[in-house]
Design a protein around this ligand. Structure first.
Ligand SMILES: O=c1[nH]cnc2c1ncn2[C@@H]1O[C@H](CO)[C@@H](O)[C@H]1O
Length: 334
């Protein structure tokens, strides 16, 4: 099955830049910048990545982010991601980058743009991975980070900028706080791609849809609790970016047996499988497909359908989508 899964070309739509960094990459950064609270020893780093809950995960994420100090660090992370994605036969990837996290560490606004542009060129040339960008407002900053994020995105707008996201905690950070930024972004031709319903109930997904006009949703797993919402997402072709291993590791979902992915798919909701933070959750996109086979009993046809759904839910150029769907459909399922 791993061989079959590896053969499927894929799009990945939910992966955060800092959380994608592999263990060796983070160890190297931690040794270069000691004293920032990130272990420099492999076993200690693995232990550091055992999360007690979602809030703990966000604290750890913040510390690892503090190691990313220059445009060169951003470039190195992205090339590491491209290499890892190529190893999973990921051809197209919408990477979530949090501008405020990098700017506040002291990376210059232009330096960030240049690093992203360069990474995009090199990822394509060296690994045949096509990067596009989602820039997320960081919920940790409350309302304060939103204008700064939008301002950077609109002024710099690197090539292949797809949309505006909203990440971090949901509790105490209502989606409707960001109505204005998402409206301005939509006017500027950006897609609305917030997280919702990862750590809170279906009401947050409704808020993302009704207040922000979300076109695709990060996680959205709690939608499974609301049949009317499931119908709404299916009828309006609003995809959910679902990351099963992440949900277990942050304890957003108790066990894989309880994971709502099969229910979402069965309700006709478009589901795009993602890794979220593969370096921190010890996963890969191939592994997420294997989870669907091993835990949810998906067969080859269902896995290929998931890969196609991921491509369809993307904002890749039409010719790229068409070629990927054709290639996935041609993989023998015997
Ligand atoms: O699963 C996730 N849910 C929400 N935010 C996440 C997740 N993984 C990484 N981040 C990142 O955490 C940052 C700090 O708040 C956010 O900006 C977001 O990009």
């Amino acid at each position: 099955m791993l061989e079959f899964v590896s053969t499927l070309p894929k799009a990945e739509l939910h992966v955060h830049l800092v959380g994608s960094a592999s263990i060796p990459t983070v160890l190297e950064l931690a040794r270069t910048h000691p004293g920032r609270g990130v272990p420099t020893d492999e076993q200690a780093l693995r232990d550091f990545y055992e999360f007690t809950d979602f809030a703990h995960f966000i604290e750890v994420y913040f510390k690892v982010n503090s190691l990313v100090r220059t445009g060169r660090d951003v470039l190195a992370l992205l090339l590491g991601l491209a290499r890892d994605q190529a190893a999973n036969n990921v051809r197209y990837s919408e990477v979530t980058v949090t501008p405020t996290s990098h700017l506040r560490v002291g990376i210059e606004p232009d330096e960030l743009t240049e690093a992203l542009d360069e990474a995009r060129r090199q990822a394509k040339a060296r690994h045949n991975v096509e990067f596009a960008w989602v820039f997320d407002i960081d919920g940790v900053l409350g309302r304060a980070g939103a204008p700064e994020t939008l301002d950077w995105v609109l002024k710099h707008r690197p090539e292949a900028t797809i949309g505006l996201g909203l990440g971090g905690p949901e509790i105490g950070v209502p989606r409707e706080w960001f109505r204005e930024q998402f409206a301005v972004a939509a006017d500027a031709g950006l897609r609305c791609l917030p997280h919702a319903g990862e750590t809170t109930g279906p009401a947050t997904v409704w808020a993302a849809v009704n207040e922000l006009h979300a076109e695709r949703i990060g996680h959205g797993t709690s939608a499974a609790q609301d049949p009317r919402l499931l119908n709404y997402l299916a009828d309006n072709n609003i995809a959910l970016e679902v990351c099963p291993t992440s949900n277990i590791r942050t304890k957003a979902v108790g066990t894989m047996t309880e994971h709502p992915l099969p229910k979402l798919v069965a309700a006709g909701v478009p589901v795009a499988l993602g890794t979220d933070d593969p370096g921190m959750f010890h996963t890969s996109l191939n592994n997420e497909y294997l989870v669907c086979h091993e835990e949810f009993g998906y067969d080859r046809t269902q896995l290929a359908e998931l890969a196609i759904a991921g491509v369809r839910a993307s904002y890749a150029p039409d010719d790229v989508k068409k070629a990927l769907v054709a290639e996935i459909s041609a993989v023998p399922r015997g």
